[in-house]
Design a protein around this ligand. Sequence first.
Ligand code: PMP
Ligand code: GLN
Length: 383
Amino acid sequence: LVARMRAFGTTIFSEMSALAVRTGSINLGQGFPDTDGPAAMLERAAAAIREGANQYPPGPGVPDLRQAVSEHRKACYGLDYDPDGEILVTVGATEAIAASILALCEPGDEVIAFEPYYDSYAAAIALAGAVLRPVTLRPVEGRFTFDPAELRAAVGPRTRAILVNSPHNPTGTVLTRAELEEIALLCREHDLVAVTDEVYEHLTFDGVEHIPPATLPGMRERTVMISSAGKTFSVTGWKTGWVCGPSPLVRAVQTVKQFLTFTASAPWQLAVAHALRHEMEWVSGQRAALQAKRDRLTAGLSAAGFEVYRPSGTYFVQTDIRPLGFTDGLTLARELPDLAGVVAIPTQVFYADPGRGSHFVRFAFCKKEEVIDEAVARLGRLA
Ligand code: PMP
Ligand code: GLN
């Protein structure tokens, strides 16, 4: 293995899901729903296979999906993206993130990312030979946010891009307009590209709305906006995502994408095009159901003795384990199957220096109510 990848080993999601299977524990670790997406969308994928959508689609993606994404960006956010040249279908958001970093960063360039960050960011930056500059999100009155002065101090002459994830995994923070304006100001001042991971764009609660950074002044022309059907339509196994941006940036990402996968699988693309046009009501229902599940899990975790950071978006809840007498999340996560028959994610692995996040553990609530209830009952044994 090349030196720049040696620190990465096996991802925490693989480790913890394997642990859940091995021990028969309830898996509130890796974020995937335990129910299917909308039935008509599933049927559309099956029909696409029967009808022969089984060969390579065009490199940028099936035209019908690019058209549907364009209409959807317009309807949701008032953003105009040309399906021919400004939209690229990818193998999930993961490929979009990696291809964007590889396309935009020279070796030695710096990329700012808010930590805790989704684990693929650090790996993609390392693959590119670029350098990660973390800016730490910290809890202020129960909500994780950044210090604008720290963000400003992270920008230097080699800074090329900033990775922005909102709604944010794992903290559940949905960045406010004021926070996004801080970021946009720096992007404009220092001519940075924003790579925005918006995979949880539709999973927000309590009336909080997601604001795409590209909608801020001067940002559309410098933003690579990334989405994924996996989260929106509960099909994480379909690995279908997309990038929207100005054509020079999308062309750059596509140049790299060609040699990673060339194109993404065809049947899912047709089904996701259907879903973007016809299943947003299903998504609204899903959002309401998830909010109720959030309330169920956060109440249960609080009762079990965790300090809980109530998320405004995503399907994760970040907790502090210290009130229960634990200090190291990785140790606790590895022991949790024995202690309580539950699996969770230690979020220290999302920090450049794990010490900064050693006391946090993340639980997923995209699970059936009875599963959440059973997990909470089991976690009650920890106190
Ligand atoms: N970004 C974030 C913040 C995520 O939580 C995930 C899902 N684990 C991804 C990207 C990857 O999405 P996909 O499965 O579409 O590659
Ligand atoms: N995005 C999901 C999570 O954060 C799963 C990621 C993965 O398995 N790579 O749990």
